[in-house]
Write a new protein. Structure first.
Length: 258
């Protein structure tokens, strides 16, 4: 369902929170903007023959990726799906009508109906979100995507994906950390600090309360899927081609063609 009007925030107030959000995210993903650009390159090329493509962002948070895609492909219909009322409200206020934010839980099999997703979309994207889904729910999500993405459409997942363990995994993580140090992002505000500040903001208190009632938590166990795990799962549910088109350490942009 669409984000209700009661969550509307002042755009300038939301903008300040979004700047802090982007900065803390860059502390973990130093090449975040390049990663977003690669996702947009893929989606723009995959939808080049459609004058008004439909693109859905899964686990969109406050819509950082969806907003950039809306800027890159202005005629597209961008649907940003998340279940966190705080992030949805910030994104809705920041991006306005360029992105349609919807409140739906990806772990619920009925999320496409809750999000009022069209029968077919041209592309689905995600950024640093799906590693929190357990293996069964991720498999269910991919199976549902296979029914909604049109033939020739794409799923593009930008995330930290494991490389199979061992020393190679350690090297990849170290490469990511030293990259952040080199570009000066290693000392940015952290995830927990950002959320602590949100929790202390009185204007966000009603949204924080709603978030608590939903028992939404960030953190916990990751599915620890590798690039190969994702590839095999996507092929199993009907994607014809799967491959990484960009990589920096353990950070990947994985593309699956329906």
């Amino acid at each position: 369902m669409a984000v209700p009007g009661k969550t509307d925030l002042d755009p300038q107030y939301a903008d300040a929170w979004m700047r802090r959000w982007d900065a803390q995210q860059e502390g973990y993903i130093a090449d975040r903007e390049e990663r977003f650009t690669v996702v947009a390159d893929v989606v723009e090329h995959a939808t080049r023959d459609n004058s008004a493509p439909v693109i859905v962002d899964l686990g969109a948070g406050p819509g950082s990726l969806a907003g950039r895609l809306a800027h890159r492909i202005p005629a597209a219909q961008l649907i940003a799906v998340d279940a966190d009322p705080v992030l949805l409200a910030l994104g809705h206020a920041h991006y306005g009508s360029s992105v349609r934010f919807v409140d739906a839980d990806l772990s619920d099999p009925s999320w496409p109906e809750s999000a009022e997703l069209p029968q077919q979309v041209d592309a689905a994207v995600s950024s640093t979100a799906l590693h929190w889904l357990d293996p069964k729910r991720l498999a269910d999500l991919y199976a549902r995507l296979a029914t909604h993405i049109r033939p020739g459409g794409v799923f593009v997942n930008a995330d930290h994906l494991r490389l199979g363990g061992g020393m190679v995994e350690e090297f990849a993580e170290r490469a990511r950390e030293t990259r952040a140090e080199r570009v000066g992002d290693a000392g940015n505000e952290g995830w927990r600090d950002w959320w602590d500040a949100v929790l202390a903001d009185n204007l966000l208190a009603p949204l924080v309360q709603e978030r608590s009632q939903r028992a939404i938590q960030h953190g916990g166990s990751e599915n620890e899927f590798s690039v190969q795990d994702h590839t095999e799962l996507l092929r199993k549910v009907g994607f014809s081609e799967v491959g990484a088109v960009w990589q920096s350490g353990d950070d990947h942009v994985l593309v699956a063609v329906r």
